[in-house]
Design a binder for this molecule. Structure first.
Ligand SMILES: [Zn+2]
Length: 257
């Protein structure tokens, strides 16, 4: 599997996901800029067969409705919110499975940032490589805001659903927020050497105009405070025992950070 990050707007990522060892079929995650999508499809010499829309927010779904007119009727646009995603052609929700060439795709419903948010887990059936596209649910070193949900839902999304994916699953998130997230992490988990090391690395990457994606599920468990709400350090920093209360305090503090 080959994954090409295509930046858009100020700090969004679209991703071209390619079955590069097999059919050369490809999917675009969170299509918001049709020109850059077209450019990359041509450059990579692939056949675009699908769009994956993680959630309805404009900066993730803006050009979903342009995929079929641009790339033809064989393109399937997957999402979980027919009412709010213009251009969605096929609904997919928790446990929904389908294929893009030799790539197996599984939909994970992760409500909280929005009620209908989904993540897409992709398993290359040829090479065994795994990736998850997490939209605005899981960021590197952080989580999305709880616009339409609760700490309990975000905990289930991050610490049950996403945490149970194999540790070597690569994480591709919806925004380049890594440095800010890890600066916040350092205020609540400052003794954690993984936080400090990842922050230094991320700052270097950005200084060199490089992306900080991907991360991995195993690594996120080491430095992402929202995936560490059961750790003593985070309980101490927030003054809470209940992991859901820890999650809530972290989110409130991050919103004001
Ligand atoms: Zn969003």
């Amino acid at each position: 599997m080959k994954i090409v990050p295509i930046p858009a707007f100020r700090d969004n990522y679209q991703y071209l996901v390619i079955d590069d060892k097999g059919t050369k079929q490809a999917a675009i995650v969170d299509p918001v800029d049709i020109d850059s999508i077209q450019e990359n499809v041509l450059k990579e010499k692939v056949k675009l067969v699908a769009g994956f829309v993680t959630h309805h927010h404009n900066d993730h779904s803006n050009h979903a409705h342009k995929l079929v007119p641009t790339f033809g009727n064989e393109v399937t646009v997957y999402g979980n919110d027919e009412a709010r995603i213009a251009g969605q052609t096929k609904n997919t929700t928790d446990g929904g499975v389908f294929k893009i060439g030799n790539l197996g795709v599984k939909t994970l419903h992760t409500p909280c940032h929005t009620t209908t948010h989904v993540c897409f887990f992709v398993d290359d059936l040829t090479t065994g490589e795994k990736a998850v596209f997490t939209g605005d649910t899981l960021f590197i070193g952080g989580s999305g805001r709880f616009f339409e949900g609760t700490a309990e839902q975000m905990d289930a999304a991050l610490n049950t659903k996403l945490a149970s994916l194999p540790d070597d699953t690569k994480v591709y998130c919806g925004h380049e927020y890594t440095v800010g997230n890890l600066k916040f992490a350092a205020t609540v988990d400052g003794e954690n050497p993984h936080v400090r090391a990842k922050l230094r690395w991320a700052e270097e990457q950005r200084a060199n105009h490089q992306f900080t994606v991907p991360s991995s599920i195993g690594d996120e468990k080491k430095f992402n405070p929202f995936m560490r709400v059961r750790e003593p350090a985070l309980k101490k920093a927030t003054g809470k025992e209940d992991p859901l209360e820890v999650m809530d305090v972290l989110r409130t503090r991050k919103n004001n950070f």
